[in-house]
Design a protein around this ligand. Structure first.
Ligand SMILES: [Cu+2]
Length: 151
């Protein structure tokens, strides 16, 4: 009888023990979960701050008085903060005649120390939109500029 009781007691203690351990581990797990959640949040906030690259800017030097059938050049000056960007993945000039479907994509070439240059010959007078599609440093920038071409 006594042995049985002791055994029973032992069993109860063991059971209680394992319940307590289970409870503790649940609490621990929960705590870890919370922790990793806040850490993740902190990390993503930090990533946001650290990985947020400075915005690219694209300025275009355009011909001052372009005429029809005259070769002109456009120069896209790509910068990140004050640094001239010369490792762009692509700088393509879109040239579209306003009020029509006419548009062309012109490739550019890097001119070291200056920017990305494209040459073009307008065949019609009119108002044009010049859009330098610039892909560099995981950003895409495409400002729209306007130019008037005369006869
Ligand atoms: Cu674009």
């Amino acid at each position: 009888m006594l042995v049985i009781l002791l055994k029973k007691r032992g069993f109860i203690v063991k059971k209680l023990g394992s319940i307590l351990i289970a409870l503790f581990s649940i609490m621990l797990l929960a705590a870890c979960g919370d922790d990793s959640a806040t850490n993740k949040e902190k990390n993503s906030n930090m990533d946001m701050n650290m990985d947020m690259p400075a915005t690219l800017t694209v300025d275009v030097q355009m011909p001052s008085d372009p005429k029809v059938n005259e070769e002109v050049s456009f120069l896209a000056v790509v910068k990140q903060e004050e640094e001239l960007v010369e490792d762009a993945d692509e700088v393509m000039f879109e040239i579209r005649l306003k009020g029509s479907d006419q548009k062309e994509m012109i490739e550019s070439e890097l001119v070291k120390g200056e920017g990305y240059e494209a040459t073009y010959t307008f065949t019609k007078a009119g108002e044009y939109e010049i859009i330098p599609h610039t892909t560099a440093r995981n950003q895409h920038v495409m400002p729209t500029l306007e130019i008037t071409v005369s006869e």
